[in-house]
Design a protein around this ligand. Structure first.
Ligand code: GLN
Length: 536
């Protein structure tokens, strides 16, 4: 069988959940035994989202091979349980960078370099790249942005060209739109969908299937109307109604027969029935918790849910694994003070201090660490959260009142978190952090070893600063143990306090590898520790 390509575009509004629809379809096809991957094409001109403020685009998701990518790749990995790579996220910036570099090398000598064909050729090359590896039966491509945006036009044009270049059976297109409900008229409105499909068709792309996001069920009449006006097969207009969990969406799409329609378009007639037993078992546990806990998520990007997407999802997975409903309470670190610490944190069964960059809000994070440490509340620090735990220990237990990270205070006499030599030489900001998967060796009889049930693990990183090993002996003697070290460099990746009921800080980002079917072990153990505290 040739590799098949599915393109998913969106119209009417952003934030309709195109990534979730694409991931849900991928899940259904994968559950039928097909080898599936998903990639995202983002129209912005940044090379990658690594240099974007989380307020712009939410969390930056990091792959094993160290690519800084769009948060939709997190959904792809969580739904499919696969590892994505650099090739799975392409931006306009990357496309232009390649074309301009080639132009300077003389690859187009004598020619005027243009959007069509040079930019669109490079887009098409990348759209087909993963498919050419021979590793996948199906490659789903999500086109970021909304059809009609100036930035996404070259991507839509590339899809138009591929419609002619690939055999008809090898490509199908899905368009996601929004059908609003006007409560005054008590009516669902299809006009925005009609306009959005018109825009797509004017660009020469004909959708095979239209998925309508809606808050109310679509009647048969509405579906017929959309099909008629948008020129698709009757029956190939389906609804994606608000779901109680994003993880329910694959089942809703199965109910709507999205996978069957796609297989029909692609001429695949021998796929088996989807096996979703593990997925459904997870949903069952998620829906029927037997207990609950309150966890504080202390961070400075709390105004935007998407900034901590993977952490929030990891709690969903870990909660289900423990049959426990995890209520995550975001606490703004910038406004956490000695005066309101008790009020904000005393009711919590666990405290997580979040990753982050820069000095804003770090004193609040340090206060939260101290509170958790002194009160024996389960504590989990991630990346900057781990660094804050080290600073707090240095200040309060070692007595270095000015201890800090050189990120926040380059002049501090006690840089317990510091830059390594190679980072000191780096002046360029994009793609130069310690990125991607690194091995970590766990100390015998440590909490970390008990949690993972293993001695050698691999987790993903995204940071510049590190635990300063000049303080290691002193810290360990005072009770803060380095229970995870990089086997090659000796860098400290995990700290813990054995005297405390549950206190762990990790330099890596464990949240990036949690999935419903394989919840991340530290999150599972942290929720369990919170449940134990709650029951006391
Ligand atoms: N700002 C810190 C560093 O660069 C932590 C980064 C993070 O939390 N991802 O080391």
């Amino acid at each position: 069988m040739n590799t098949k390509y599915i393109f998913v575009s969106g119209g009417v509004a952003s934030s309709l959940g195109k990534g979730i629809i694409a991931a849900s379809l991928a899940k259904l096809l994968q559950a039928r035994g097909l080898r599936v991957t998903i990639q995202k094409f983002d129209p912005y001109i940044n090379i990658d989202p690594g240099t974007l403020n989380p307020y712009e685009h939410g969390e930056c998701y990091v792959t094993d091979d160290g690519a800084e990518t769009d948060l939709d790749l997190g959904h792809y990995e969580r739904f499919l349980g696969i590892h994505t790579s650099k090739a799975n996220n392409v931006t306009t910036g990357k496309i232009y960078h390649t074309v301009i570099t080639k132009e300077r090398e003389g690859a187009y000598l004598g020619k005027t370099v243009q959007i069509v064909p040079h930019i669109t050729d490079e887009i098409k090359r990348r759209m087909l790249l993963l498919g050419k590896s021979g590793k996948f039966d199906i490659v789903i491509t999500e086109i970021g942005g909304t059809v009609g945006d100036m930035e996404s036009q070259p991507f839509v044009e590339a899809v138009r060209q591929l419609q002619w270049e690939l055999p008809e059976d090898d490509l199908t297109t899905i368009h996601l739109t929004y059908v609003p409900y006007l409560s005054a008229a008590k009516e669902l409105k299809t006009k925005p969908t009609q306009h959005s499909v018109q825009t797509l068709q004017q660009a020469g792309v004909h959708p095979d299937i239209i998925v309508c996001r809606t808050e109310h069920p679509l009647t048969a009449e509405i579906r017929r109307k959309v099909a008629l006006f948008c020129n698709v097969k009757p029956g190939h207009v389906i609804q994606s109604i608000d779901a109680w969990s994003i993880y329910q969406v694959p089942l809703n799409m199965k109910e709507e027969k999205l996978d069957e329609m796609v297989l029909e378009h692609l001429g695949i007639h021998d796929a088996k029935e989807p096996d979703l037993r593990d997925w459904c078992a997870f949903l069952d546990r998620l829906r029927n918790p037997k207990s609950e806990v309150d966890i504080a998520l202390v961070g400075k990007y709390v105004e935007l849910q998407d900034a901590y997407k993977s952490i929030l999802e990891s709690f969903v997975h870990a909660g289900a694994a423990n049959e426990c409903k995890v209520h995550v309470h975001t606490v703004h670190s910038e406004f956490l003070t000695e005066e309101n610490l008790e009020e904000k944190l005393s009711g919590m069964d666990g405290i997580l201090v979040a990753p982050g960059f820069g000095g804003r809000g770090i004193e609040g994070k340090i206060l939260a660490v101290r509170y958790a440490r002194e009160k024996g509340i389960p504590f989990f620090g991630i990346c900057l959260g781990m660094q804050m735990a080290v600073i707090e220990y240095a200040r309060d237990v070692l007595g270095y009142a000015d201890a800090n990270s050189s990120e926040m205070d380059p002049e501090t006499a006690h840089p317990v978190i510091d830059l390594m030599e190679d980072q000191k030489r780096t002046t360029i900001k994009g793609g130069t952090m310690r990125l991607g998967a690194y091995a970590c060796y766990l100390a015998k009889n440590s909490l970390a070893e008990r949690i993972y049930g293993d001695n050698l693990i691999s987790e993903r990183h995204r940071h510049r600063y590190e635990f300063n090993n000049a303080y290691l002996e002193e810290m360990e003697a005072a009770g803060l143990k380095a229970s995870g070290r990089n086997p090659d460099t000796g860098l400290v990746e995990i700290v813990e306090i054995p005297e405390h009921p549950f206190f762990i800080g990790v330099q890596f980002h464990p949240e990036l590898k949690s999935t419903p079917e394989r919840p991340q072990p530290i999150f599972v153990a942290f929720v369990k520790a919170a449940m134990e505290r709650r029951s006391k």
